[in-house]
Design a protein around this ligand. Structure first.
Ligand SMILES: O=C[C@H](O)[C@H](O)COP(=O)(O)O
Ligand SMILES: C=C(OP(=O)(O)O)C(=O)O
Length: 347
């Protein structure tokens, strides 16, 4: 028997699970270009404090409502962290932040946090690091990431092919984009799977394939990759390998050199490209929390500050989201309104 039943098996939160289905569909529409809004995946590097996370999500919910015609805002509630070497692995595996808690406790805590945020009607994003943990937390997640450190792993690619939400495949940490495009291709097809069922027995089946897997450019050891040239090259590579030519740009990580103060410059460069009509940009990611910067884990912790990568604060986030919303309006003008305008001038 699995230690913990999934929410569906336990009959919990059927209303929220239904809402999540419609969020996933809306995100898929953006990824596929059926909806011309930008996806904005925004939130702290890691969710270490459910109270702070909830306050942050409630503030983001107001911004989501304000910009809902231009942006679909998804909140990062990352409960697993892939580490380069050593470090806190996230709330799911270490809910007490000191190595004393269990994954079962972590699952319960993460689910309570997810449910409280999903009740705000805000779609949730999470990176899936440990495939064994995915069934316990995936039901309330609307957008998933396979990160730079796992994008080349066949297990994670197969997991993505089986996940029921759009999945962003990040370029590798050294900057290589090819493996992420391969991951998009693998996730897009049905794959052979082996998993535990509700009775704890191994079940062999085939995944459905994920039609909404897409590329995320996060920069790398070789520098940022959000310039016009980088984006055009990536879109070309996607097209020539018959993958969806739309992508998300992560303004943090390798694109900011992990310096939160540089995320704004990335947003501005993205806005310029979107405003000029670049339709291949489906979304952005920002690492943002209540207060700016980061702090090391230990006592006492400052409320609202990231314990992993540094974040921009909620006020700057509000400003950056407003810039992105304006860029979407400009893109509509550049790609649709201008021809209508030319027609009306000549008539
Ligand atoms: O996004 C968070 C971090 O970049 C990722 O977990 C790796 O962190 P590390 O290099 O500090 O281990
Ligand atoms: C770990 C993350 O990103 P990456 O895989 O790009 O390093 C993240 O987004 O939290």
């Amino acid at each position: 028997m699995r230690n913990v039943p999934t929410l569906s098996e336990a009959g919990q939160h059927p209303d929220l699970i239904e809402r999540v289905t419609s969020h996933r569909r809306a995100i898929g529409d953006i990824v596929q270009g059926r909806d011309d809004r930008l996806l904005a995946i925004v939130g702290p590097c890691s969710a270490h404090d459910p109270q702070g996370m909830h306050e942050y999500a409630a503030r983001l919910r107001l911004l989501a409502a304000e910009h809902s015609d231009e942006l679909l805002i998804v909140v990062r509630v990352y409960v697993e962290k892939p580490r380069t070497r050593h470090g806190w692995p996230g709330l799911l595996l270490d809910p007490q932040l000191d190595g004393t808690g269990s994954a079962v406790e972590g699952i319960e805590l993460a689910r309570r946090m997810f449910a409280a945020i999903a009740a705000l009607d805000l779609p949730i994003a999470n990176e899936f690091v440990d495939p064994y943990l995915a069934p316990y937390v995936s039901e309330l997640v609307s957008w998933a990431a396979i990160g730079a450190r796992t994008v080349e792993s066949p297990v994670h690619r197969r997991l993505a092919s089986d996940l029921p939400m759009p999945v962003g495949m990040k370029n590798r940490a050294d900057g290589a984009i090819g493996p992420a495009i391969d991951a998009v291709a693998v996730a897009g097809r049905s794959q052979p799977m082996l998993n535990l069922d509700a009775k704890g027995e191994l079940r062999s089946y085939h995944s459905a394939g994920n039609p909404n897997a897409h590329l995320v450019l996060r920069g790398g050891d070789d520098g940022p990759n959000y310039s016009t040239a980088h984006i055009e090259r990536s879109l070309l590579e996607l097209s020539s390998s018959q993958q969806n030519p739309r992508l998300v740009i992560d303004c943090s990580h390798g694109n900011s050199g992990k310096d939160h103060r540089r995320q704004g410059a990335v947003v501005e460069a993205v806005c310029e490209q979107v405003g000029e009509g670049q339709n291949g940009i489906a979304g952005v990611m920002l690492e943002s929390y209540l207060r700016p910067g980061r702090q090391a884990l230990g006592e006492p912790l400052e409320y609202g500050v990231s314990v992993t990568d540094a974040c921009i604060d909620i006020d700057e986030t509000s400003h950056r989201l407003a810039q992105l919303a304006k860029a979407v309006i400009a893109r509509r003008y550049a790609t649709e309104a201008r021809p209508r305008h030319i027609t009306s001038v000549s008539s």
